[in-house]
Write a protein that binds this ligand. Structure first.
Ligand code: SF4
Ligand code: SF4
Length: 90
């Protein structure tokens, strides 16, 4: 499987294609931008007063976006086993 790295986040890598494991339920989103502020990987953007996933290319699967969304608009599922974020740090 393809393995990617990022100059922004040395020491970690992303394996394969984990798919769209994070989505925004726009019917619940009020555009508060908490998800944008908390995500170090800049995965979200606000368009038309709603959040949307910009890219999950550098998502570290920390679930902070899910945790801070008061509207329960973040639909979060873990990537399939063996894909996605990987680090030797545990
Ligand atoms: S934190 Fe939730 S409600 Fe706020 S912009 Fe993000 S998805 Fe929408
Ligand atoms: S899980 Fe973490 S890194 Fe991934 S989109 Fe949410 S806040 Fe960003």
């Amino acid at each position: 499987m393809e393995v990617r790295t990022s100059d922004r986040f040395p020491g970690v890598e992303w394996v394969g294609d984990p798919g769209d494991f994070i989505k925004v339920d726009e019917s619940r989103c009020d555009g508060c931008a908490n998800c944008v502020r908390v995500c170090l990987a800049e995965c979200f953007e606000i368009k038309g007063k709603k959040a949307r996933v910009r890219t999950l290319a550098e998502c570290m699967e920390c679930a902070a976006c899910w945790y801070v969304c008061d509207k329960e608009a973040i639909v979060f599922s873990w990537p399939p086993g063996g894909t996605g974020f990987r680090t030797d740090w545990g």
